[in-house]
Design a protein around this ligand. Structure first.
Ligand code: NAD
Ligand code: ZN
Length: 379
């Protein structure tokens, strides 16, 4: 089968690989119908995620048709078209039982903080991903969710990650009616978080990025104010000034490690990590939120960042929340939002290309060429 293949930092290609096989009675094999490139894939692409092995197939955003199931799979059958959440979750551990599917205690045998994620290095379980014609889906009784009759596959594929992550960013922020919400990062995740902030009762939504085309897109898609931080002396002062010097009620970080401009280095083996430098968007978030406010982090960071202004967190009485999105928990209500038209996921898609052109897809998304927001690959 054709599959994306990682060769090293900034080197990916499409090659023929062996078909995935059922390895456990609860596995299913999915024929991939749509798959996306995510901002999270860029951390891998740039070589910033420890233990990303050459030969790995990335891709944690995919939908497809079940073509084979293991002997213990009862919840889905051959022929079903399914949304596959990016988290691999056992469904039965302490965390899954609370709906924390992104924090599954069983799926990641590498025992890192995070549960397993498709195609996201051996730090996140070492499973191959869905940027391929076929993918092995473990715990198939848990994650795969039937695509409702009539739902566009382009909407469905964004329910694997972008929509739940944007929604959970707004949910974790604990937005109260009338709140001013600031979102750092106008990538697909930030744009979706800004859009979802209104669902929680925001009174004002501001998004901040450095790419004018993304800001323009966000203005139209998320009905928000949008500003370029390169045109400000200091984004923290800008936000304070526009909120009567109070600060924003809540701030969402949808940037993550990109802004840090640094690499996570492996010191010993792959378990101990050092991230030198500072996380710009997170600093701005902590310093521009009001006293007693909430900072909601969905941007992905390495395990440590030693320059967080933690004293300001203490002195301002802040609440900081972060997590990988718990896709499975959110799917029922998000499917409803798509069906009744309150959310329009496929409106984020700017590019569609064959899987064979995956290398071009990464190059374009990474360099933000051709006004790219979200790229869908079609196997
Ligand atoms: P993306 O790379 O398309 O978007 C990031 C945006 O941040 C870019 O537009 C960039 O110009 C902007 N940016 C960079 N530095 C900035 C700064 N200092 N202030 C404001 N904006 C800045 O990525 P994406 O697909 O939108 O994903 C965003 C983040 O969310 C990534 O870190 C990704 O790994 C993470 N993510 C997390 C989850 C989760 O479950 N928590 C899921 C998906 C993605
Ligand atoms: Zn993703």
């Amino acid at each position: 089968m054709l599959a994306m293949d990682y060769r090293g930092p900034k080197r990916v290609r499409a090659v023929q690989k062996p078909m995935p096989e059922i390895k456990h009675p609860q596995d299913a094999i999915v024929k991939v119908l749509r798959t996306c490139i995510c901002g999270s894939d860029l951390h891998l692409y740039n070589g910033n995620v420890p233990d990303t092995r050459v030969g790995t197939t990335f891709g944690h955003e995919f939908v497809g048709e079940i073509v084979e199931v293991g002997s213990e799979v009862t919840k889905v059958k051959v022929g079903d078209r399914v949304i596959v959440p990016f988290n691999i979750a056992c469904g039965e551990c302490h965390f899954c039982r609370q709906g924390m599917y992104g924090n599954c205690h069983e799926s990641n045998t590498e025992a890192s903080a995070v549960g397993a994620i498709f195609g996201y290095s051996h730090t996140a379980g070492g499973y191959d991903g869905g940027q391929a014609e076929y993918a092995r889906v473990p715990y198939a009784n848990v994650g795969p969710t039937i695509i409702p009759e009539g739902m566009d596959l382009d909407d469905a594929v964004l329910l694997t990650d972008v929509v739940p992550t944007g929604y959970q960013a707004a949910e974790m922020a604990g937005i109260q009616t009338g709140d001013t919400v600031v979102v750092f990062g106008a990538g697909p995740i930030g744009i979706m978080a800004a859009r979802c902030a209104w669902l929680f009762g925001a009174g004002r939504v501001i998004i901040i990025d450095q790419e004018d085309y993304r800001l323009e897109f966000a203005r139209n898609y998320s009905y928000c104010e949008a500003y370029n931080f390169k045109e400000m002396n200091d984004p923290v002062v800008f936000i304070k000034k526009t909120t009567d010097w109070m600060g924003a009620d809540v701030v969402i970080d949808a940037v993550g490690a990109e802004a840090a401009g640094n690499t996570m280095q492996t010191i010993t083996g792959r378990k101990l990590l050092l991230q030198a430098g500072s996380a710009t968007a997170l600093h701005w978030a902590i310093n521009s939120v009001k006293k007693g406010g909430v900072v909601s982090i969905v941007g992905v960071y390495g395990p440590t960042d030693n320059l967080i202004p933690i004293g300001n967190v203490l002195n301002k009485g802040l609440t900081i929340r972060g997590n990988q999105a718990s896709v499975k928990r959110l799917l029922p209500r998000l499917i409803e939002h798509v069906q009744n038209g309150t959310l329009n996921p496929k409106g984020l898609i700017t590019h569609r290309m064959p899987l064979a052109e995956v290398a071009d897809g990464y190059r374009m998304f990474s360099a933000k060429l051709d006004n790219c927001i979200k790229t869908v690959l079609i196997p």
